[in-house]
Every structure is written in C-alpha cells, then in structure tokens.
Design a protein around this ligand. Sequence first.
Ligand SMILES: NC(=O)c1ccc[n+]([C@@H]2O[C@H](COP(=O)([O-])OP(=O)(O)OC[C@H]3O[C@@H](n4cnc5c(N)ncnc54)[C@H](O)[C@@H]3O)[C@@H](O)[C@H]2O)c1
Length: 199
Amino acid sequence: MGRLSLYFRELYRLRDSKTTTINSKELGKLVNVSSPVVRRDLSALGTIGQRGVGYSVDALIERIGQVLGSGKQWEVVLVGVGSLGDALLRYRGFSRLGFKLTAAFDIDPSRIGSTIGGVQVLDANELERVVTAAPPSLAILAVPADNAADVATLLVSLGVSGILNFAPTTLKLPPRIAVVNVDLASELQRLAFAVQSVK
Ligand SMILES: NC(=O)c1ccc[n+]([C@@H]2O[C@H](COP(=O)([O-])OP(=O)(O)OC[C@H]3O[C@@H](n4cnc5c(N)ncnc54)[C@H](O)[C@@H]3O)[C@@H](O)[C@H]2O)c1
C-alpha cells in the first residue's frame, strides 16, 4: 500500500510533465525500489506493461487510483482549525487525489466564520447538524489531545467511518472505524533513533 501511494504520486508528476509511458526501471528509480519489485506490484494489480514500451501513465494512475480509493470522491470534514488545521485547509494536494474538504469546525470564536482555503469554518456546535445533513465518509482530527476522544466519538456516532487523527492520543473506537494516526513527534523520534543506530 505504501509503495502504491508513492507510485501514484510520481505518476501524477509524470502526467503533469506530459510523460505518457514509463517502464519499471524508471518508475523504480523514482521511488527507490528495484524494477522487479515494481513489476511484481503492478502485475498484482492486473496491470500489464508492454515489452519495449512500458506502462501507460494514465492507465496506471487509473488502476492504482481505484485500488487506493482515489477513483472516487471522498468528502472530508476537518475538526480543529488551529495552526495545523489552518495549514491543512490551505493545502491544495488533497483535491487531486479525490478528497474534498467540505467543512471545518472550531470552538474558537475568532476562527468561526472565516474562510480558509475556500472552506468555511463553522461553530463546532453546528457539527452534528451539518454532518447529519450531508454525512462525510472521513474526518480529520486536529484538536488538542484532551478533546480528541470526545470529538471522535461524536463523529463516529454521526456516521463517519474513517478518521485521520493528528492528536497525540490513542482513540478507542469500534473496530469497524478506520483510524490512521499521524504523530509527527513520534516520527521525528523514529528518525533520531534511526540516525543513532547507524552511527
Ligand atoms: N502544529 C503541528 O505541527 C502539530 C504537529 C503534530 C501534531 N499536532 C497535534 O495536532 C493537534 C492540533 O495542533 P495545533 O498546533 O493546530 O493546535 P492548536 O491549539 O493551534 O489548534 C487546536 C484547535 O482546535 C480547536 N478545538 C479545541 N477543541 C475543539 C473541539 N471540541 N471542537 C472543535 N475544535 C476544537 C481549538 O480552538 C484550536 O483552534 C494537536 O493535538 C497537536 O498536538 C500538531
């Protein structure tokens, strides 16, 4: 899954630069894996390259997109528009992968009513009403750790089925709910550990 998403990112870049075909060696070079690994990954998706020609960039984007769920449009709400939430709302990279930020919520009156990256920041008190009226599949949680569990539980009760959690806390949610935790501090810790262990 991790590699597919890397291929996908590079293929988008290639398409932007008007490249129409690529072979396994070139694609492997872009993501730092060998060409047999690329061929194995892509043939597992039922994608066959043509000898001497390689793979069609468009066809690969479409196939990998289907597998990664980017072939469809995902509606996403963001809860917590502090420094991180603000930056996420301004990020233009979500839409091309099929993620549409439909609304953002905060409790801070100085944030409520503003529009950031084209998305309106609503009062968190409105969350239940807005999400019930047009349930998104996914939510991004960028609230302080102490508030994350309550917000996550509310989102799940309203039908959200996947949460990207930036709060440094472990959410206890039913197993049917997909949760991906992004903890940048832990990642930095892993990096420091890796640097230390190669010395
Ligand atoms: N800023 C970073 O680089 C960074 C990096 C990694 C992790 N995080 C984590 O992401 C989360 C957000 O970080 P930040 O730096 O943006 O914090 P922040 O304090 O700037 O923003 C948090 C926002 O959440 C809002 N909020 C609090 N309770 C809420 C609720 N119940 N409903 C809706 N909104 C609510 C606050 O009003 C505030 O605007 C934190 O848990 C933090 O630990 C941040």
